[in-house]
Write a protein that binds this ligand. Structure first.
Ligand code: GDD
Ligand code: MN
Length: 364
């Protein structure tokens, strides 16, 4: 018994707050893909704007449309991975749900895969015939170019747009890369390619990146930070865990906060001791929250109880770290009188100590 022809193409669409775009996207796919059996999987991270309700109402009318709804989760890459895993067709395409990706090139993207001439097809904004006109502003153009340059340094395959969020591939390719995918950030294509051997066959098709139809972009500073983190991790991640560098980076920001706030407090009339204390508390608070959303973004503390107990442990732990820092520095200083070496050693001990406390006691 067959209920329907086998699905040949699964279209994976990550969405967060795309309520104003879903219907339009669905209409566009119906218009363009008339000669093959397809399905659309919308992966929605419980958008507050009701995206999932709109997907569900379409899915009720058309069984080719499905909803994967994730609760208490966020992230473009992991949404794509889970969408692929929830589907079954031998060919796949990943597309944004905001109408920026021109659906009219879908046939060109899929034909080479169907005819087994390519394994991956990337829609490129940066080749003859393509354009990135729809990027939000000039800053985004610059970022995009920098990202592409950085990405290309790490790639075995020459690609004009490794940052593209619009690409088609064979399922076996994905399965091969799957064990190496981290699922963080925006750069799922780049991660996939880094995980695949040089022999993978890749093609490109130009397209014009349109302006977003409704809603706004979610690519913010945290996503960029994760991207840089991923590249650094590839180079030195096997020697020292990336998390440690993020932790140290946050710590360095804390020093700046400390200096700025204690200066300000002194300016406002507090005495030396009180302004030092204010600066230190400000630094501990910012460090705690930055660590919660950057260093340990994969396991953040949530809710008042966890946040406040976590904060208390963090504060006590870091104070002990400060003692260790000063203690070690003094010891070395007394031994050989090299001021800068002594304080550097103290700082290293302090960071390592705090990192150990944070990773084992606070963000378990
Ligand atoms: N499920 C889920 N969860 N979807 C998300 C999330 C998330 O946390 N964040 C973003 N999305 C969805 C959006 O709803 C949209 O459909 C798609 O992922 C792309 O997000 P945008 O916020 O529109 O990204 P952009 O337009 O700024 O960036 C585009 O261009 C980049 C290169 O400049 C995307 O195509 C990127 O993939 C691409 O790297
Ligand atoms: Mn977009």
């Amino acid at each position: 018994m067959t209920a329907r022809p086998p699905v040949e193409l699964s279209i994976i669409v990550p969405c967060f707050n795309e309520a104003g775009n879903i219907q339009l996207f669905y209409n566009a796919i119906c218009r363009v893909l008339t000669d093959m059996a397809w399905e659309i999987i919308f992966v929605d991270d419980d958008s507050p704007d009701g995206t999932s309700r709109i997907v569900a109402s379409i899915a009720q009318q058309d069984a080719r449309v499905r909803l994967v709804r994730r609760v208490e989760r966020r992230g473009l890459s992991s949404a794509v991975i889970e969408g692929v895993l929830a589907s079954t067709a031998p060919l796949l395409v990943v597309m944004d749900g905001d109408m920026q990706h021109d659906e009219s090139i879908l046939p060109q993207m899929i034909a080479p895969l169907r005819e087994n001439r390519q394994d991956i097809m990337v829609a490129s904004r940066h080749m003859e015939g393509g354009d990135s006109a729809g990027l939000a502003h000039r800053g985004r153009h610059l970022l995009s170019r920098t990202g592409i340059k950085l990405g290309q340094i790490f790639l075995k395959h020459p690609l004009t747009d490794p940052m593209s969020g619009y690409f088609a591939f064979r399922r076996d390719c994905f399965n091969q890369a799957l064990p190496k995918l981290t699922g963080t950030g925006f750069k799922i294509l780049l991660e996939m390619m880094l995980a695949l051997p040089r022999s993978v066959r890749m093609g490109e098709a130009p397209f014009i990146f349109r302006e977003r139809h409704a809603g706004e972009s979610k690519l913010g500073p945290i996503v960029l930070f994760q991207f840089l983190g991923m590249l650094v991790e590839r180079v030195i991640g096997h020697i020292i865990p990336m998390r440690f560098f993020v932790f140290a980076f946050v710590g360095a920001l804390g020093i700046l906060v400390n200096l700025a706030v204690s200066e300000g407090a002194r300016f406002a009339g507090l005495n030396f001791g009180a302004s030092q204390l204010t600066g230190m508390i400000a630094a501990i608070i910012t460090n705690f929250f930055l660590n919660n959303c950057l260093t340990y973004h994969d396991r953040p503390l949530k809710g008042w109880l966890r946040l406040s107990t976590g904060f208390a442990v963090f504060m006590v732990g870091c104070s002990l770290g400060a003692y260790a820092n000063i203690g070690v520095a003094e010891m070395i200083y007394h031994a050989d009188r090299h001021w800068s070496q002594a304080s550097a050693a103290g700082a290293v001990i302090g960071v390592v100590w705090n990192y150990a406390v944070a990773s084992t006691l606070v963000w378990r």
